[in-house]
Design a protein around this ligand. Structure first.
Ligand SMILES: [Zn+2]
Length: 252
């Protein structure tokens, strides 16, 4: 009898152990998928660039979302004051509502990228819906008169399987960033802290992400002149994403 009991105990112990291991595996898988889906530096298929490998003091300033009325004109004026060309990852829906603003950005000599049509998280989106999001926005960028290469930036940097697959098949390069001062809420509320963060962490080939198309991002908008001034003072030249990629040794 004693032996039978011990045997049952062992079985129970094994079941608990198996459940524990399965639980740990599921957690690891879920956390892994989450990390892969929001990685700035890794994508399962297709090319992703988060910075460029170069010895030249080049940096790309990129703006996400919009275009929205007023903020577009404001940022174009600031960029013009410093003779800086930037890259705008625009949302198709917003371009459709504000075609004049998209044209204004193009006519000012800046680069336009595709930031999807509806700005949803695209990790679990159906393949055909992804294709639609990108194609519609691509057409709107064409209609704005932009003729350069069109890069893609996933909303919230989220991508998993279908999106990388579509990008890879369509030979579209994803462009993320290596500097995002606004992501830290303590920095985002103070233009000077954002400027310091960028000045301290920039290196040749960096891609800076900023949001300036909304009222809530007033500090970001105010940070831009100082950011440009400080980096130009250090000998950095602002270029578009295309120009940065062309200067890169390996596009890593
Ligand atoms: Zn966005």
């Amino acid at each position: 009898l004693a032996q039978d009991l011990r045997c049952d105990d062992n079985k129970g112990y094994i079941v608990v152990r198996v459940l524990f291991v399965l639980g740990v595996i599921s957690i690891v898988v879920v956390v892994g998928i989450q990390n892969i889906s929001r990685s700035r530096t890794f994508q399962i298929a297709g090319k992703l660039v988060h910075r460029v490998d170069t010895n030249q003091k080049l940096v790309a300033l990129t703006f996400d979302d919009g275009p929205s009325e007023g903020y577009t004109q404001d940022i174009l004026k600031t960029l013009d004051n410093f003779s800086v060309k930037a890259t705008f990852f625009l949302v198709g829906g917003a371009m459709e509502r504000n075609p004049h603003l998209a044209k204004l950005i193009v006519n000012s000599g800046h680069e336009i990228g595709n930031h999807s049509y509806s700005h949803q998280r695209m990790m679990f989106m159906a393949y055909d819906d992804i294709a639609n999001e990108l194609k519609k926005t691509h057409q709107l960028i064409d209609q704005a008169g932009y003729t350069g290469e069109i890069y893609f930036r996933p909303p919230y940097a989220r991508k998993l399987l279908n999106l990388p697959l579509y990008l890879s098949r369509s030979h579209i390069t994803s462009v993320t960033w290596d500097l995002e001062p606004e992501t830290n809420p303590n920095l985002a509320k103070d233009r000077n802290l954002m400027i310091e963060h960028v000045v301290d962490n920039v290196r040749p080939g960096s891609i800076i992400l900023m949001h300036i198309m909304f009222k809530a991002r007033g500090e970001s908008m105010e940070a831009i002149p100082g950011m440009i001034e400080r980096l130009q003072g250090q000998g950095y030249q602002f270029v578009t994403v295309s120009e940065l990629l062309a200067a890169g040794k390996s596009g890593v």
